[in-house]
Design a protein around this ligand. Sequence first.
Ligand code: IPD
Length: 260
Amino acid sequence: DPVDLAALLELAVTAARAAGQELLQRYGHVEGLATKSTATDPVSDADRASEALLVRMLTQQRPADGLLGEEGASRPSTSGITWVVDPLDGTVNYLYQLDNWAVSVAAQDEAGSVVGVVHDPRRDLTYTAVRGGGARCNGRPLAVNDPVPLDRALLGTGFGYSAERRRRQATVIGGVLPRIRDIRRIGSAALDLCAVAAGTLDAFYEEGIQLWDVAAGGLVATEAGAVVSHLRLTDAPTGYLFAGPALHPDLEAALRAAGS
Ligand code: IPD
């Protein structure tokens, strides 16, 4: 059967918004705090409850689909569709009650994301994208800033939790900073990618990003016109640059020069 993209999108939006409600109810009184990959990589009952809710809703509606979640959800697919979810992207912001955090829900097939939804609960903004169908925020179409000259580019970045990788990525950022307008570190890769789509950032670069960080937001950014490339300027297996088509080659060259 052909996949009903509208149905996938509707389910992704409903699930992401429900998870956002769950997170809002727990905001400001975090319980069950623990650490994951490093002492600075947090997880709490909020992340776990949000993932459990997403898994429940997606499984109920589409039991044959696969699942992959940041907090451990994992199920093989027999339908050809796999959901990739980050139940709380921007966990550190959430802990500190900085409002940049989001729920990220993507549906993927063998070629990548077909549907991507990033929900920003504190601002009640829902970013959506369907492969080949453009990107929207609360229904309004999005388009990246383009053309933007390198010396006026506002670059978003983020840092994973490995100390050695942070050191090396900081060198890349330090090298490119004198050549661009400025840097922002919003604290949620999913929201960084939506910011590129909406034109509130000109580009986004990060090393060591996980699939659940980019599966939804990456589709929102590319459907809004961003070009993506795989940089890998540190030891990380993944390193991505997203930017508008005119800026992308110059920024990629500047990052490579800074990283070599
Ligand atoms: C993190 C955020 C952060 C990015 C990290 C991610 P988490 O996700 O997206 O901005 O720099 O690489 O791990 O841990 O809050 O889900």
